[in-house]
Write a protein that binds this ligand. Sequence first.
Ligand SMILES: NC(=O)C1=CN([C@@H]2O[C@H](COP(=O)(O)OP(=O)(O)OC[C@H]3O[C@@H](n4cnc5c(N)ncnc54)[C@H](OP(=O)(O)O)[C@@H]3O)[C@@H](O)[C@H]2O)C=CC1
Ligand SMILES: CC[C@](O)(C(C)=O)C(=O)O
Ligand SMILES: [Mg+2]
Ligand SMILES: [Mg+2]
Length: 342
Amino acid sequence: MAKVYYDKDIQEEVLRGKKIAVIGYGSQGHAHSMNLRDNGFDVVVGLRKGKSWEQAEQDGFDVKPVREASEEADVIMVLLPDERQTQVYQDEIEPALNAGKALVFAHGFNVHFNQIVPPENVDVFLVAPKGPGHLVRRTFTEGAGVPALIGVFQDVTGEAKQLALAYSKGIGGSRAGVLETTFQEETETDLFGEQAVLCGGLTSLIKAGFETLTEAGYQPEVAYFECLHEMKLIVDLIYEGGLANMRHSISDTAQWGDFTSGPRVVNEETKKRMAEILSDIQTGKFAQGWVLENQTNRPQFNAINEREKKQQIEVVGEELRELMPFVKKQTKQKGVGVHAES
Ligand SMILES: NC(=O)C1=CN([C@@H]2O[C@H](COP(=O)(O)OP(=O)(O)OC[C@H]3O[C@@H](n4cnc5c(N)ncnc54)[C@H](OP(=O)(O)O)[C@@H]3O)[C@@H](O)[C@H]2O)C=CC1
Ligand SMILES: CC[C@](O)(C(C)=O)C(=O)O
Ligand SMILES: [Mg+2]
Ligand SMILES: [Mg+2]
């Protein structure tokens, strides 16, 4: 089994006394800043003037323009949206990269696909939480954590790996487990996971189930409970004890249907499509398309996003969740309030 690092395996002293600039205060940014501060680390938040700036100040942080924060920091964690990183890096971070500093990412996209080429005299590593930023914060406040991957791209100080481990402990990652990887492995597996399984695969599965039921004349509310709401309850059981734990809790009728019908939906054909998706990621085709989409102001992204918000499953879900006060919307849309504490 691969080496998994936990709190007890990590000496965080290597990061103590160093100033950490967290650049960006969105999903990951607010979580890293707050968790590191709660663990006694010295954090400055780097931003442009705007909503996040106001929020970070309201949360009690020392907030500075990206260039200034980067200049005064020893460790610079880049938590801007991937598609914005290259420009901000070139204009404001790179000029502040004195020899011996550490440049850190939570996802390897820009370094792996050569959008950002760091100078040779700085440490470059990643600390990539395997979960959404809001959960990085929420689980931390509950005494738990989200697992993380670390990877060293460049080690000029001889301390890069120790710094990565210390940072991962600072954000609560090593409460759950930290694995060592490379920028290539993190980038390719993360993109594959979010596209084929966690986000793309899951939303497509939920929508296809909901549409199959409503198109056959069943009530949308019933279809919503069946295909979306119950998904979390089922996944919680899998999360807690694997597939067998979920199968232990469901009826034998459901388990028989699981065994016999599941592979009719997700099968060898699906795996072929998954392999194509993985290949597009590995060859850089996906990355090229995403970079181009952003260079042309996201015509497809915006059109699909608007269409998706109007889907019946979203409309009926909003109504039903209003009637379930225990289903709290803890992670608001990006922008103001994005950092609501749970
Ligand atoms: N979201 C997640 O849970 C995960 C993300 N990651 C990685 O973490 C990194 C950050 O992603 P994520 O947290 O989703 O990002 P967000 O989209 O949530 O970050 C937005 C933040 O960046 C700021 N920002 C945007 N443009 C600029 C700019 N030009 N100058 C200064 N600040 C700017 C925004 O400020 P403003 O309010 O001014 O717009 C806001 O604070 C990415 O590399 C991503 O792949 C890794 C694991 C999971
Ligand atoms: C699953 C999506 C993710 O990779 C994540 C939260 O881990 C992301 O890029 O946001
Ligand atoms: Mg991910
Ligand atoms: Mg990702």
